[in-house]
Design a protein around this ligand. Structure first.
Ligand SMILES: O=C(O)CCC(=O)C(=O)O
Ligand SMILES: [Fe+2]
Length: 213
């Protein structure tokens, strides 16, 4: 085992412990800074080229409704792209590490880039409803150099039982958040400058979607 994998193992232990005891974990840095930087450049370029789309665009009425709930723009990661694939590889290691430690049976991972233009928000919601979703763990990786508190855009995480605010996360470059998808209502406060991230979900196999081989 090389020095890097010893570090990774220690970090995975720490994350697994935090998920067990409190259901969430916030790390100021998970990935190598060079990769974080490449991800930032990639999403900034997608934005520059208008390659991100208003989240959840559906039929007109649904879209209207959606606009009151969230106003971010997204794009799914593409395994054909080297930078996206590098991120997905890290998440694959993460998935296996959590399965080994917590027996979660995580089966796959889906992730999209998100851009919150100035003024954009995502109202309070949960990512998965008990017994209705295959999403088990939510992850968010932030890609915003030099974020200041006055820039807004904090992720607010609430207690499911008493609605109290558990923690407020600054979307600073490299910060990684993971939490149990069913357990934590959360919201993104209006951002006052461009806010970039990768939101992702580890899922268990959904028996309704395809037969397990
Ligand atoms: O960007 C964030 O901080 C959270 C985004 C979110 O809640 C979601 O995409 O479901
Ligand atoms: Fe969410």
């Amino acid at each position: 085992m090389n020095a890097q994998s010893v570090v990774d193992f220690a970090v995975f232990d720490l994350i697994a412990d935090a998920l067990t005891t409190q259901g969430y974990c916030i790390l100021p840095q998970l990935l190598p800074p060079a990769l974080t930087h490449d991800l930032y450049r990639r999403v900034a370029r997608l934005d520059e080229h208008n390659d991100l789309e208003r989240a959840g665009i559906g039929r007109e009425q649904k879209h209207q409704l959606n606009e009151n709930i969230r106003s971010d723009e997204t794009r799914w990661l593409d395994s054909e792209n080297n930078v996206d694939q590098a991120y997905l590889n890290h998440m694959s290691d993460f998935r296996l590490a959590m399965n080994q430690r917590l027996f979660l049976g995580l089966f796959d991972y889906e992730a999209h880039y998100a851009h919150y233009p100035s003024g954009a928000f995502y109202k309070r919601h949960v990512d998965a409803f008990k017994g209705q979703s295959s999403r088990i763990l939510t992850t968010v990786m932030y890609l915003n150099p030099f974020w200041q508190t006055q820039d807004g855009g904090q992720l607010q995480i609430y207690d499911l039982n008493d609605d109290s605010l558990i923690t407020s996360v600054e979307p600073e470059m490299g910060t990684f958040v993971v939490f149990l998808s069913e357990q934590f209502p959360h919201e993104v406060l209006p951002a006052k400058r461009d806010r970039y991230s990768i939101a992702g979900w580890f899922r268990v196999h959904d028996p309704l979607q395809a037969p397990m081989i």
